[in-house]
Design a protein around this ligand. Structure first.
Ligand code: NAP
Length: 208
């Protein structure tokens, strides 16, 4: 989707565009045979995604670092929809230890997994290092989700095989991907405080 379509909401080939709601897109869909994990499900796009998946009958696992907010989200979803199946599990994507603990807990529940939505993300936070010593944005948005996906992949493959339903992994992104750094990711400078910041991002966009 280009910037113009994004702003105007003009539908694409699917018949949907940025102005379409999750309810419109899933109208008539029966998701009662699906289990979905949504990271960052307590708020924003993640909350709406959780709500509408639950509305369509899916078993929704909200993976959240703030389990109190996630429980509130679960309450609001189940109050509006008595048959909703929503569970909350603790996950802090900025911590590889927490990601491993989440995957261990999820896999020990013996649930199938059809859809993984890597939605949680932070943007333009002040420079800080994660507990693993990695710049926080990269640690949360990329490393955490990369490890999570790998740790859940066997379950997803087994689910697809036993049910005959193809799995889906959705990575939330941004139109900013059209303005990446021309020299591509500088892996040896990920933790460089001097080259970190909003203005640096704008400068890179201008040159790309
Ligand atoms: N909204 C937009 O216009 C837009 C545009 C481009 C891309 N996106 C992308 O779409 C996704 C959702 O956006 P949004 O606007 O819904 O964001 P949002 O309202 O800020 O919600 C982000 C969610 O991610 C969670 N999160 C942050 N760090 C986490 C961590 N370390 N571990 C687990 N969960 C964590 C937050 O939980 P806490 O409450 O604990 O912070 C929150 O629930 C993001 O990946 C974002 O980059 C959004």
């Amino acid at each position: 989707m280009g910037l113009l379509s994004l702003i105007t909401g003009r539908p694409g080939a699917s018949g949907f565009g940025s102005a379409s709601t999750a309810e419109q897109v899933t109208d008539g869909v029966d998701a009662s045979n699906l289990t979905v994990v949504i990271t960052g499900g307590p708020s924003g796009i993640g909350l709406e995604t959780s709500r509408v998946f639950a509305l369509r009958g899916a078993h929704v696992i909200i993976a959240a670092r703030n389990t109190e907010a996630a429980s509130e989200a679960k309450k609001s979803i189940t109050e509006a929809n008595q048959t909703a199946r929503v569970d909350v599990l603790k996950l802090d994507l900025s911590s590889l230890k927490s990601v491993r603990a989440f995957a261990e807990q999820f896999n020990s529940m013996n649930l199938p997994l059809n859809i993984l939505i890597n939605n949680a993300g932070v943007m333009f936070c002040p420079f800080q290092l994660s507990e693993d010593g990695v710049e926080m944005q990269f640690a949360t948005n990329h490393l955490g989700h990369f490890l999570l996906t790998n740790l859940l992949l066997d379950n997803m493959k087994a689910t697809a095989e036993s049910t005959g339903i193809e799995g889906r992994i959705v990575n939330l992104s941004s139109i900013a991907h059209e303005h990446t750094y021309p020299k591509v990711i500088q892996f040896d400078q990920l933790n460089d405080k001097k080259t970190y910041g909003f203005l640096v991002v704008l400068w890179n966009c201008r040159r790309s």
